[in-house]
Design a protein around this ligand. Structure first.
Ligand code: HEM
Length: 210
């Protein structure tokens, strides 16, 4: 008696329509732009003072999230959601830059005249914000795959400047805000994760050269 070998009838599983929509870049862009919707109201009604707060906070939040992903991957390499976010890290960085631009736009519209803008921006606390924006700018402009390929190892070197920007943002936030606790609360998880990363790298180096 001949035995017919078992052949699976199912074709290699195709991602469902839901998973294709969820994983599509426009869906992620849409998610990143959701916090901007209530801010638009402030821009449209000319309430720039109140838009300064959420735009600054979301710029800082997205910067912090994008920086947390590498140490989180080291800690939880198998967690699907962290890997999913890691693949989209450049988008999160660009979103941080976009919210920082909205923040600067709200600042300029609020101050309205050049003498007032210059007077305010030359204050140390605001110069720190400006420094962060000037660091963000080349990072956002070179966040595409073409620049990544063209710049090679220089690209990674440039990305390290985000740590300088983060220190400038933290100092800016601490100095402009009446509620220092919010700044500390936002930066604490990043600080802890960076300590973990430094500790792990240090252990690896001392193990190699012991
Ligand atoms: C030219 C650059 C910048 C200027 C002139 C500027 C200016 C200001 C001003 C005037 C405030 C005070 C708002 C208030 O009175 O409530 C503020 C708050 C803030 N800014 Fe900036 N900023 C700049 C860049 C940035 C950047 C790049 C970030 C983050 C990535 C940022 C994050 C924040 C945060 C988190 C707050 C505190 C919001 C709050 O708690 O009220 N700023 N900024």
């Amino acid at each position: 008696m001949s035995v017919t070998p078992y052949v699976s009838q199912s074709s290699p599983s195709k991602p469902s329509i839901v998973s294709r929509i969820w994983n599509a870049p426009p869906t992620f862009w849409l998610l990143l732009s959701l916090p901007a919707i209530p801010m638009l109201g402030g821009f449209l009604t000319g309430d720039y003072k109140h838009v300064l707060h959420p735009t600054g906070e979301f710029a800082a939040r997205f910067m912090i999230i994008s920086m947390m992903l590498t140490p989180l991957m080291m800690l939880f390499p198998k967690v699907h959601f962290i890997r999913w976010l890691m693949k989209r890290r450049r988008y999160i960085g660009v979103a941080a830059f976009a919210y920082a631009m909205l923040h600067v736009a709200a600042f300029l519209l609020k101050e309205a005249t050049l003498p007032k803008i210059l007077e305010e921006i030359l204050e140390f606390k605001n110069l720190l914000g400006l420094a962060a924006v000037l660091i963000f700018l080349p990072l956002a402009l070179t966040s595409n795959t073409l620049s990544l390929r063209a710049l090679g190892p220089m690209w990674k070197f440039m990305q390290r400047f985000v740590y300088v920007a983060a220190l400038a943002v933290l100092a800016h936030w601490l100095l402009v805000s009446k509620d220092m606790g919010a700044a500390i609360l936002h930066f604490a998880p990043l600080a802890l994760l960076e300590l973990y990363r430094i500790g792990r790298n240090f252990k690896w180096w001392s193990f190699r050269f012991a």
